[in-house]
Ligand binder design. Structure first.
Ligand SMILES: NC(=O)N[C@@H](O)C(=O)O
Ligand code: NI
Length: 166
């Protein structure tokens, strides 16, 4: 029987073991530009481990995932963080797992709002980008040479994701 995954609300605390939430957190706000701009300061920062390769800005464009969706695999980037910030005004899903003796445990799924982004810490198991509602663009900040910064794992049994109620 395919195990169903619940979808959780994304909070800083709930996501802390996996990375940071990028959102206008009032506790980080500083007024700048003569009071015309609210700067939400240092919400996260890109990390590169080992070879000091460039941190790069990318755009990922993805159609929405079909539901019900089977989560068959997870991946991770051992040498760098990877952030996703929506540019198209749609929410998206992230699935992350604790590392259990070198492989991902049961995924935890979070609904990310259209005004939120996330930054995965290096080596955090996560599922590839899961867009919702419509083909969406995401600003992705990660490390150059992605091809040698990628590890994947396929679960013996897939997990089932139902369409989130938005
Ligand atoms: N492969 C790639 O660059 N994308 C994944 O890392 C992802 O997290 O979507
Ligand atoms: Ni990734």
């Amino acid at each position: 029987m395919t195990e169903k995954l619940e979808i959780h609300r994304l909070t800083k605390a709930a996501f802390a073991a996996f990375g940071n939430v990028i959102e206008a957190d009032p506790s980080t706000m500083r007024l700048i530009n003569g009071g015309y701009t609210e700067r939400y300061h240092a919400l996260s920062s890109p990390q590169v481990i080992g070879e000091p390769l460039p941190i790069i800005f990318n755009i990922f464009r993805s159609p929405p995932r079909p539901f019900p969706y089977e989560v068959t695999m997870m991946e991770r980037h051992p040498f760098a963080s990877q952030s996703f910030t929506p540019l198209s005004g749609h929410p998206f899903l992230v699935a992350v797992s604790e590392d259990v003796r070198g492989v991902p445990g049961k995924p935890r799924v979070f609904l990310v709002g259209p005004h939120q982004g996330i930054n995965y810490s290096p080596n955090v198991w996560h599922h590839p980008l899961m867009a919702l509602q419509a083909t969406s663009d995401f600003l992705v900040i990660d490390r150059e040479n992605p091809q040698d910064n990628y590890e994947e794992f396929f679960f013996p049994e897939p997990y089932l994701l139902e369409e989130p109620r938005l």
